[in-house]
Write a protein of this length. Structure first.
Length: 86
């Protein structure tokens, strides 16, 4: 994740952020995309990660952002990943 000035968070030793922090979420998202899951099903998974797994709570904002991001993931998958598998 770029910081102000274009520096990557992971390149900053003071960030305390491991470089693979979100890797555990990638394969399940790809599996859902491979199975042609609906935007709503993908958003439910994303909301679960944010609300329950990360413990940030599930709110209307989390749900609406999850739906928007799920749509972006589906667009990316259709244009860049379709036909590939985890």
């Amino acid at each position: 994740m770029p910081l102000a000035g274009g520096q990557d968070v992971y390149a900053n030793p003071d960030s305390g952020c491991p470089p693979d922090e979100y890797d555990n979420y990638l394969a399940p998202c790809l599996r859902l995309l491979e199975q042609d899951a609906s935007t709503e099903d993908l958003a439910k998974y994303l909301s679960y990660i944010v609300g329950e797994y990360m413990g940030l709570g599930t709110t209307e904002l989390v749900l609406s952002q999850s739906i928007a991001f799920a749509g972006k993931l589906q667009q990316w998958y259709a244009s860049a990943w379709l036909g590939k598998h985890v």
